[in-house]
Write a protein that binds this ligand. Structure first.
Ligand SMILES: [Zn+2]
Length: 58
């Protein structure tokens, strides 16, 4: 159970292009190298956190 404070705003999410794992910037900050914690692949692409917007269709 995680109960850390959540920052309001856009959180940068990285996605491993090898296994597709989503890695947060916080997780990357923990390790000295930028790499996937799952498979160890070093190429991650930036992807924004999904922001759900409610748009009323008329
Ligand atoms: Zn990976």
């Amino acid at each position: 159970m995680e109960s850390s404070e959540k920052k309001v705003g856009a959180e940068m999410i990285y996605e491993c292009i090898n296994c597709g794992a989503k890695v947060t910037a916080e997780q990357l900050a923990v390790t000295p190298e930028v790499k996937c914690p799952i498979c160890g692949y070093r190429v991650l692409r930036k992807s924004r956190a999904p922001i759900v917007k409610h748009v009323k269709a008329r």
